[in-house]
Design a protein around this ligand. Structure first.
Ligand code: HEM
Length: 468
């Protein structure tokens, strides 16, 4: 199976544009006497910059930038200069954000603001901390155990419907399953025509964030995203009175009633914004992790068998503690998150003139933190392009080579609030899949990589799927 035409055209164009010479120039002169250096880089191709390379070959572009300029450099992308931040030292400094130089609101907002405004990741500083404190109520361990009770049977029912054979596009299957889980666990709704309509609006909203044409032209994905956002807002807002009055255990109900230790609660608008953001944050990330794990386990059948043995020994309907006991599954999941970080780039903006690793980054500069590329770098990782889950075993612990060597969930105050939920969902689904199916790809198959929030299978990953 070859990659879809659109993907191949994009790759070819990116490769041509990547060879167009571009003259190096400093981003901006540092303030006199500051002792800082200007950020090195080049603007890329006039008008286009490196946007297409960014979308078509995130890893290759980052590697070229790192080799030529080091951990902090700039290029033109999306119509403006963008600073690439690479390697755990530089990314760690931005994530820790000790001097509060770096903001999320206009950083992420530049890419996904019209569709995910007021989501917690798009809030900054004091306001962010207040919202995060309330949100935390929905992510306690007892709450996660309740979500798992609803999730388990949903996974089993979804897998009951899976057909087997050659060319099964596993990315689509997994995406549908995580959407259905979102409907039941997050929203507390039933599957059916209403949920289908909401799911469509949701998928449009997510796609719009990575639209190439970033304007509401008729028929374009940006415009569909804006329409989708409105459908979602109306859908959630209409249910709030019932959710506030009830005692539901779904995440939507929990957010309606959540109260921080300081007594803070969410307004109706807050609940709507957080629900739309949470669904997005949970859905794409788990789908990518599971799809990429399917790929890696298809390419490494010995590991697939090892995981299956553990899962068959454990049995159905595992608790959280039982899922945690699946050691090989945990190693394989960590390695998947290292090789294919589902949020491959993190966006930030300098809210004032900033110092980054001795460089001067002027206020208002868009920044992209290259998590995906950094998790594929020596010397922090040994043979970084190889699938080797044992690198996470205690005797090797390569992830401890640097505090920010392994950072698929980010770090600092915006570190993923759903990391335990995400791990639980990925493990529960993979465990159930391993118990029912075996999958493979032809020996010479290499998955073409596309881009959503991070690397995704551009061909939706056709597998040979067999029932055990
Ligand atoms: C494998 C799964 C997941 C991965 C790899 C992942 C990754 C990330 C990353 C890298 C960030 C930090 C973004 C930044 O600093 O700019 C983040 C933030 C966030 N994630 Fe996740 N995530 C996953 C699953 C989930 C799930 C399941 C949920 C919800 C149930 C969730 C909710 C959030 C939220 C709300 C934030 C923003 C936190 C804040 O700004 O305070 N994530 N995630």
């Amino acid at each position: 199976m070859t990659a879809p035409l659109q993907h191949r055209v994009q790759q070819a164009l990116a490769s041509v544009l990547g060879r167009v010479p571009s003259t190096s120039a400093p981003l901006a002169p540092p303030p006199p006497g500051s002792g800082l250096r200007p950020v090195p880089g080049d603007p890329g191709v006039p008008l286009v910059g490196r946007s297409l390379e960014f979308a078509a070959d995130m890893l290759g572009l980052a590697r070229r930038q790192y080799a030529e300029y080091g951990p902090v450099s700039w290029t033109g992308a999306f119509g403006r200069p963008m600073v690439a931040v690479l390697g755990p030292d530089a990314i760690g400094q931005v994530l820790v954000n000790k001097d509060k130089y770096f903001g999320n609101a206009d950083g992420w907002g530049f890419f996904i603001g019209p569709f995910f405004r007021r989501g917690v990741m798009l809030l900054d500083f004091e306001e962010h901390l207040t919202h995060r404190r309330i949100l935390q109520e929905a992510f306690t361990r007892p709450r996660l155990a309740e979500y798992l009770e609803v999730m388990g049977p949903r996974i089993e029912r979804s897998l009951d419907d899976w057909t087997t054979g050659d060319g099964v596009r596993i990315y689509d299957r997994i995406k549908q399953m995580t959407l259905d889980i979102g409907t039941e666990v997050f929203v507390g709704d039933q599957l059916g025509p209403r949920a289908d309509r909401v799911n469509r609006a949701f998928v449009d909203t997510v796609h719009a964030g990575v639209a190439v044409v970033r304007a509401p032209v008729p028929g374009g994905s940006w415009r569909r995203g804006l329409v989708g956002r409105k459908v979602l807002e109306d859908y959630f807002a209409a249910q709030i009175p019932v959710k506030r009055a009830g005692d539901g255990r779904d995440m939507f109900s929990v957010l309606c009633r959540a109260r921080s230790d300081e007594g803070e609660t969410f307004s109706d608008d807050d609940v709507v914004a957080h629900m739309i953001f949470l669904l997005m944050a949970a859905h794409d990330t788990s789908t990518i992790t599971l799809s990429m794990m399917c790929y890696l386990l298809a390419k490494n059948p010995a590991w697939q068998e090892k995981l299956r043995e553990e899962s068959l020994a454990l049995g159905d309907a595992p608790t959280m503690a039982e899922l945690d006991s699946l050691v090989s599954l945990d190693l394989a999941m960590r390695e998947t998150l290292r090789m294919y970080a589902p949020v491959g780039q993190l966006a930030r903006i300098t809210v004032r003139d900033a110092e980054l690793q001795g460089f001067h980054v002027p206020a208002g500069t868009l920044m992209s933190l290259g998590v995906h590329a950094s998790q594929r770098m020596e010397p922090w990782w040994d043979r970084p392009d190889e699938f080797d889950p044992d690198r996470f075993a205690p005797e090797r612990a390569e992830d401890k080579s640097h505090r920010f060597a392994w950072m698929p969930f980010g770090g600092g105050v915006h570190k993923c609030i759903g990391l335990h939920f995400g791990g639980m969902e990925v493990k529960a689904i993979m465990h159930a899949m391993l118990r029912r199916f075996r999958w493979s790809v032809p020996e010479d198959y290499t998955m073409p990589i596309g881009l959503t929030t991070g690397p995704t299978p551009a061909d939706h990953l056709p597998l040979r799927l067999e029932r055990l």
